[in-house]
Design a protein around this ligand. Structure first.
Ligand code: NAG
Length: 119
């Protein structure tokens, strides 16, 4: 009976540890959110000075980060393109050890665009 309990507690501990490593999704606030905003701004200005799209950040509605072979940021944001503001879902998957390791996916009402850039 005791050994059953030990197995159970051990199993629970392993589950909790794996859940932690296995890339839990974290909603960002405070300094983490500021950092995520900086990362998004960097990406937007890199793309704007390259082959586009040409967006400026309006505001972040929500941002999450997940650790999965690099960092994956997911944003619900208002993006400003010229005089138009649209609400998009933006993913930034950052694998800075790769060449052009930053992959940016824009999901906007007018469709999906995937871009890559370096750091
Ligand atoms: C990101 O860009 C927007 C629009 O250009 C600006 O208002 C905002 O202050 C910038 N945020 C950071 C953290 O640099």
């Amino acid at each position: 009976m005791l050994s059953m309990k030990i197995v159970f507690v051990f199993g629970l501990a392993v589950t909790i540890v794996l859940a932690g490593i296995g890339g839990g999704i974290k909603e960002l606030s405070g300094d983490d959110l500021k950092e995520a905003e900086q990362i998004l701004n960097d990406s937007l200005s890199k793309l704007a000075s390259g082959d586009g799209p040409n967006y400026k950040l309006g505001k972040i509605i929500k941002a999450t980060r997940q650790v999965v072979s690099g960092s994956k940021y997911v944003y619900d944001v208002e993006l400003i393109e010229g005089s138009i503001t649209k609400v998009c879902n933006v993913k930034i998957w950052s694998q800075p050890w790769l060449e052009n390791g930053i992959e940016v996916t824009f999901n906007c009402p007018d469709g999906q665009v995937v871009k890559r850039h370096g750091i």
